[in-house]
Design a protein around this ligand. Structure first.
Ligand SMILES: *[C@@H]1O[C@H](CO)[C@@H](O)[C@H](O)[C@H]1NC(C)=O
Ligand SMILES: *[C@@H]1O[C@H](CO)[C@@H](O)[C@H](O)[C@H]1NC(C)=O
Length: 570
């Protein structure tokens, strides 16, 4: 009876079918009698019941025993599936986050493979990508990235608001190294960026010019995409009221909204040589490309004022009154507050296809005076350096910033028609490149300090803790880049490569690169700032030093002081 019951029932259910076959098997193969079949059948039924119950009712990680009826089971199953889906998604999210937090290691080329130039170039490109990814993820649209605290960094020179300084400073480098998606994303951001409505407060005329106007002009020069030119003109237009002084020498700071401008409080009505002296490359190029002459006129006015006034011993003091065009204190330097004035005289001559010969003459006189008064050689190893001078007092300090002068001398030598003069400046460039290299290798990190001293007891080092930091500055690598282009001496590539490895070792932070507080400490603290000029300058020069000369050949391109390339106007 139980068999027929199950036979009937078994036609309708899989379980019944199964039990039917069990009983048939017992009967047919094992030859069991019917009461034995009953015992086996009941046993099997019991086992099957236990299994089925377990399958449906055992808790799957919660109070699922409440689900008893079939509808409830369906609801429960759906619920379980959904929850599993959520859990799976959470897990994927966690894995994704973990992967983001620990960036994929950069495939390192074999150390010592000096002939693997392509490998080294690729390595630099990977560094750029790592630094960019960190900025993009944690500080998109901000000035800069704090790579260890993973948030935006603001610096008052750019004003307030989402100024995207890193995007604008980096975009030509992204383009040059072939980070295409990154370039496109940066371009989209710039396309919708309205400087005047986004940026608030006082901004530095100089920094805004070299980074924003310069950055946009260079990506325009590389791509010929007019959108960039329009943005450059919009921003340069915001700066124009700063030039409305009685002399035409611009004030250092301008308020983006009100257009009111002023000198730095500490400068007491004086403008700074490097600042008002680093306008002309950008403003001339802008006028030439837009056809709007206002910018070139403003830059020319500054040059006219400087041409006319008397230079003490042919030197240019770093302070000049914006109201009277009289010099302030007679402080002289090849570094901070002076540097790019000299650089722009030389490059103005080059940028005009060497047509602006008046500027070349002024450059020659200025650099000759600087050499005569401020170029020294160390007692110990005859290392060449430019000192600073306060009135008649000489301070034997050379700055990391002033290391650019080696590259400037080399660029001069490459363009100088007089071979005697050219030879001399190539030598000067080599010697400065060597001195700055010495300042690097005499530290625990292999990275040079912000400034260093020379005396009977000290050579190319500093004992001042306030001068011992490094903030991803490019000037030393910049000089090695020009030396590499001019001499093809492999040692410059090797020095640059050692800097790459030291950046990795000491400056690499959690989501980008950081400055370090003391180059003489073998485990230095990081300052947690990824400067925008890391992309514009240091990364660009490092990439170029491991590239062919046909990438930005120096007879067709000239770099502004933020390493943004413009086309030479032949
Ligand atoms: C731009 O410079 C080129 C080369 O010097 C010159 O031929 C051209 O006329 C200039 N354009 C403008 C608008 O100044
Ligand atoms: C080249 O420069 C040197 C040093 O200033 C000078 O003595 C010489 O006359 C110059 N040569 C020519 C051809 O101008």
């Amino acid at each position: 009876m139980w068999r027929s019951l199950f036979v009937n029932y078994g036609k309708q259910t899989k379980i019944g079918e199964f039990l039917y076959y069990v009983s048939q098997t017992c009967h047919g193969i094992m030859g069991l009698r019917s009461h034995e079949q009953l015992v086996v059948g009941v046993g099997v039924l019991f086992l099957v019941t236990v299994c089925v119950t377990a399958f449906f009712f055992l808790p799957a990680g919660g109070a699922d025993l409440y689900f008893r009826d079939e509808h409830a089971i369906q609801v429960r199953d759906t619920f379980v599936r959904e929850r599993e889906e959520v859990r799976r998604k959470q897990q994927e999210e966690l894995i994704r986050k973990a992967e983001e937090a620990i960036p994929a290691p950069i495939p390192k080329p074999e150390i010592g493979a000096a002939d693997d130039v392509e490998g080294r170039r690729t390595y630099v490109k990977q560094m750029i990508k790592f630094a960019w990814d960190g900025y993009r993820r944690y500080a998109w649209g901000e000035n800069e990235l704090k790579p260890n605290s993973k948030q935006g960094h603001s610096s008052s020179i750019f004003g307030y608001g989402k100024t995207g300084a890193t995007i604008i400073d980096a975009i030509d480098t992204l383009y040059l190294v072939g980070l295409k998606e990154e370039y496109e994303e940066a371009r989209k951001w710039i396309e919708t960026f309205d400087y005047k409505s986004v940026v608030k407060g006082d901004v530095s005329v100089f920094e805004t010019n070299i980074r924003f106007v310069g950055g946009l002009l260079s990506i325009y020069a590389l791509t010929e995409d007019k959108m960039f030119l329009e943005k450059a003109e919009q921003i340069a237009t915001v700066l124009l009221p700063a030039f409305e002084t009685s002399t035409g020498i611009p004030n250092a700071l301008i308020n983006v909204q009100s257009g009111r401008s002023k000198t730095y409080n500490w400068a007491n009505g004086k403008a700074i040589l490097s600042e008002y002296g680093s306008i002309q490359l950008e403003f001339d190029y802008l006028s030439n490309q837009t056809g709007n002459p206002i910018f070139a006129k403003k830059a020319q006015k500054i040059r006219d004022v400087l041409s006319e006034i008397e230079k003490p011993d042919g030197l240019y003091p770093i302070y000049l009154s914006v109201e009277t065009a009289k010099w302030g204190q007679h402080h002289y330097s090849m570094g901070a507050m002076a540097d790019s004035w000299y650089e722009y005289l030389l490059k103005q001559w080059i940028a005009t296809g060497k047509k602006d010969t008046k500027t070349k003459l002024e450059y020659d006189e200025a650099i000759f005076a600087m050499e005569k008064k401020l170029l020294f050689k160390s007692e110990q190893n005859s290392l060449w350096y430019f000192a600073k001078m306060f009135g008649t007092r000489v301070e034997h300090t050379f700055e990391h910033l002033a290391c650019f002068s080696g590259g400037m001398a080399v660029l001069h030598s490459m363009n100088e028609p007089n071979q005697t003069v050219a030879k001399h400046y190539l030598e000067l460039g080599k010697e400065i490149g060597k001195t700055c290299h010495e300042s690097y290798i005499r530290s625990a990190t292999g990275i040079g300090p912000e400034s260093f001293q020379f005396s009977a007891s000290i050579e190319a080092k500093t004992e001042r803790s306030q001068d011992s930091y490094y903030i991803l500055r490019p000037e030393v690598v910049e000089t090695w880049f020009y030396l590499w282009r001019a001499t093809k001496d492999e040692k410059y590539r090797q020095w640059a490569w050692e800097h790459v490895l030291n950046l990795e070792k000491y400056c690499r932070g959690k989501s980008g690169y950081s400055g370090i507080r003391n180059v003489y400490n073998s485990s230095p603290d990081q300052d947690d700032v990824q400067q925008s000029f890391l992309f514009a300058e240091l990364f660009k020069y490092l990439y170029l030093i491991f590239s062919d000369d046909s990438i930005l050949p120096l007879d067709q391109w000239v770099f502004n002081t933020e390493a943004h390339p413009f086309r030479i106007r032949h």
